[in-house]
Design a binder for this molecule. Structure first.
Ligand code: COA
Length: 174
């Protein structure tokens, strides 16, 4: 994200998590109680978007490595791939925007940052798609709005081909 009002940083002890409220209790709880532990255990990297004038967390997303069962991908995609049972991908496990910051393009900015980061990492460690976990129908529609397609084995898991992300020509995040 290139908005000078905000800084995107890996989650640390200095961040004020208690006030974060996105309207989905499980996501708030995740940030407040679980995210730090997942960072320490290398399960996920949590990126928080901080409003510089208030130090409030406007949003966050998580990034991890994952695998996709080849049978969950559509034929038009797997036709061009080697016949491995599982294929490597980047996972945006969670993404949320605080209610006070909704409708200003922040969700889109976080998603594009996560896609850019995934793409640039995929130049160093293979990942042929970006996968997202949508918590409910509204979240699924948000991702479908950006071209994500559903995986066959889980209605709330969606993917976007890395080749499509590459075509967006997104700058490398710092
Ligand atoms: C979904 C969420 C991240 C959107 O954040 P936001 O900052 O309000 O969204 P933005 O302002 O960046 O919207 C970007 C675009 O997505 C669209 N959009 C936003 N929410 C949408 C939804 N639920 N369904 C379809 N499109 C949606 C906007 O209309 C906008 O479209 P445009 O670029 O064509 O104008 C936010 O509502 C949220 O945190 N929800 C609760 C947690 C959640 O569901 N997380 C996702 C799954 S874990």
């Amino acid at each position: 994200m290139r908005d000078p009002r905000f800084a995107l940083e890996p989650l640390g002890k200095q961040h004020h998590r208690a006030a974060f409220s996105c309207g989905v209790a499980a996501l708030d709880r995740y940030l407040q109680e679980q995210a730090g532990q997942e960072m320490r255990r290398h399960v996920a990297v949590v990126y928080v978007l901080v409003e510089l004038s208030t130090a409030a967390i406007a949003g966050f997303y998580t990034l991890s490595a994952t695998g996709i069962d080849v049978g969950a991908l559509p034929e038009d995609f797997t036709r061009r791939l080697p016949r491995y049972p599982r294929l490597p991908a980047a996972l945006i496990g969670r993404l949320a925007v605080d209610r006070g910051f909704r409708g200003q393009g922040i969700g889109k900015g976080l998603l594009l940052d996560a896609l850019a980061r995934s793409y640039h990492l995929s130049r160093r460690i293979g990942a042929l798609a970006v996968v997202v976990d949508a918590k409910d129908d509204a979240a699924r529609r948000f991702y479908e709005h950006f071209g994500f397609r559903r995986l066959a084995d889980d209605a709330n898991r969606l993917f976007l081909e890395m080749a499509t992300v590459a075509g967006l020509d997104l700058p490398e995040p710092s």
